[in-house]
Design a protein around this ligand. Sequence first.
Ligand code: APR
Ligand code: PHB
Length: 404
Amino acid sequence: MEIVKTKVAIIGSGPAGLLLGQLLYKAGIHHVIIEQRSAEYVASRIRAGILEQVSVDLLEQAGVDQNLKAKGLPHSGIEILTNGKKHRVDLSSLTEGKQVTVYGQTEVTKDLMQAREHAELTSFYEAEQVQVDDFYSKPKVTFHYHGKDYQIECDFIAGCDGYHGVCRASVPEDKIKTFEKVYPFGWLGVLADVPPVADELIYVQSERGFALCSMRSETRSRYYLQVPLTDHVEDWSDERFWEELKRRLDPESREKLVTGVSIEKSIAPLRSFVTEPMRFGQLFLAGDAAHIVPPTGAKGLNLAASDIAYLSSALIEYYHEGSEQGINEYSEKCLQRVWKAERFSWWMTHLLHRFETESEFDHKIKQAELSYILTSQAGQTTLAENYVGLPYEIRPLNNLQPVG
Ligand code: APR
Ligand code: PHB
């Protein structure tokens, strides 16, 4: 058995694990990443693509914002299409100049992996039978890697291993509470090398269900349709997808829509899920391991980033200042922001999707709410403030010496 000693063992090499690794590296705190998939698999997963201003600031702090600054598309507004008419929500003017940036999570992941490779940091990809133990005393991570058994001895374990990961599953049942809401539909997503139908994202509420027109660049579009959970990707030829999207759009967008061959097509279920607390002894959960939001508010990656901002700050405080305050406050601080993002994502989902179970009364109330939001300054501000991201503090990383 190979024994490796480190300060922090990070489980999972998604955006949460990679960003934590990069921030700890910058702060001179030794860590390793253990990931069950291959590096190629991790770098090619297609996910969402909207970064809050604070997430951009955090990536800048981590020193991985070069591509993001060069290729990210800053957006100062979004369109909401309802009753066949588009309404622009001017995010920037409603939030004292804040904006969001369109930049694929796939790219964020690749940038972080590249930085990691450049700094020659230790990652165990394709680790098998990963197990976390003794996190209420002396934490250990064991796994099988390239034909050998490994044991990592560490001060802390960061569970960044997503919704299906091993970390949350290892917590004793009586120490954890979960909250969940499953929605009765999914999103069918298509990625295609065609120019986006509009300069800004269009969130579509229609009688035929929700749709979203998003993008990855000026030549690559990302579109979504609300579909029943019983649908399979094979049911949706490209032609059928484009036809249905057109039906949900307004006449002008329908006319402008450029269709093409899909380069990725998948159906994702929608779920709201929260774990309380987010710390168990020396084990911290972060990102999708701790919570899931439906994609309607574009909060998944951004919430993972804010967890990591709090966790990296807590660990820096612990190692550089000898204080456990950040560690002790981690769960509560995260959960306050998490629940607000959960509320916003649930609300956007509720407002813009068609629910089979809703009565005519429910439907009328929803239309009235949407109309109120889009015609009132206060209503639009509440949407804009949440969409661009609720603020949090980012700890400066200057002048930190490596921790022995
Ligand atoms: N051992 C090691 N690694 C694991 C294990 C395990 N037992 N289980 C899962 N993993 C890995 C997965 O293979 C994946 O690479 O953990 C990683 C988790 O990454 P993500 O699922 O991307 O989660 P996270 O980093 O929290 O990112 C959150 O991803 O799903 C989106 O909407 C979400 O944008 C948000 C972001
Ligand atoms: C995306 O571009 O993939 C995207 C954008 C906004 C969302 C969800 C997904 O709300």
